[in-house]
Unconditional design. Structure first.
Length: 282
């Protein structure tokens, strides 16, 4: 579950600098790896369930069942009054889509975002799915969003800054005439759901806190086919694109290592990126 940015233009780091960024030890990394493995396994288990005709409420029930199966607990049920084990964001929904009676239609694309708690550690990840055969534009958006995540992760190493991560993401989206959402951000994580710093998906190189070994956080760019502006619906959760064009998102939780980053939420089945696309529709 993403945090809204307190500031929508740089500098973004004033709030982050009022509290220290937690530096974790190797034992914490192992705890996060266990939590990340479970949440990634849950998302893997959903791959064959996403089909035209299933409702987002039924998908959320499947998430609850898998959480029980793995013996962990949901981090989102009860969080600020939220009542579901997942956020499911379909088509032009950017993030925080609330599961309900809506049934998936042929060609819908959706992000499923799940956070669990395993032995006190929070595992947080999201990825894209498709119901049937998405359009060529939707497939391209999903590809660019996936690439944008890894463009950001390529900048995660000691000595770089959080601005380097955001700049790489925003630049990749812009190169494909898409936009990176500025209203929501990634966040520090560990034994708490949301910790400093805010991890923006846009920025200037060399700005923001310097990355150090032991930092743990999410990188979760939301890439829009159109403009980056978002609005939140009356339910207080669902954020949609203002121009109603499609949005896509991928999220990993990572820890900074001596020479790069460790991804805690890698898919055990190798299904982080949708591989079940049928021939795309024009």
């Amino acid at each position: 579950m993403k945090e809204p940015l307190r500031k929508r233009r740089l500098p973004l780091w004033r709030k982050s600098l009022t509290k220290p960024i937690v530096i974790h030890d190797e034992a914490a990394y192992e705890g996060m790896a266990r939590a990340g493995h479970v949440v990634a396994s849950i998302l893997d288990d959903l791959c064959d369930e996403v089909q035209p005709g299933i409702s987002t409420r039924d998908l959320d029930r499947l998430v609850e069942e898998r959480i029980a199966h793995y013996g962990v607990r949901s981090a989102t049920i009860g969080y600020r009054g939220y009542r579901h084990a997942s956020c499911i964001s379909v088509n032009h929904v950017i993030c925080h889509g609330v599961p309900g009676n809506r049934k998936l239609r042929e060609g819908d694309i959706l992000n499923i975002d799940v956070t669990i708690v395993c032995d006190g550690w929070f595992g947080d990840s999201s990825r894209m799915y498709a119901a049937g055969s998405p359009t060529i534009k939707a497939r391209r958006l999903i590809r660019v969003a996936h690439e944008a995540l890894f463009a950001g992760l390529a900048k995660v190493r000691p000595g770089n800054t959080f601005g380097d991560i955001g700049h790489a993401i925003e630049r990749h989206a812009a190169a494909h005439r898409m936009s990176s959402v500025k209203s929501f951000c990634g966040h520090g994580i560990g034994r708490q759901f949301h910790l400093p710093p805010e991890v923006a998906h846009f920025g200037r190189p060399g700005t923001g806190p310097v990355l150090r070994q032991g930092m743990m956080f999410t990188v979760e760019p939301m890439i829009n086919l159109g403009r980056p502006e978002a609005r939140v619906l009356e339910d207080g959760w669902t954020a949609v694109t203002r121009d109603r064009k499609l949005s896509a998102q991928f999220e990993h939780t990572v820890g900074v290592t001596q020479d790069g980053c460790r991804i805690f939420t890698l898919s055990p089945a190798g299904r982080f990126y949708p591989t079940n696309f049928r021939a795309g529709r024009q």
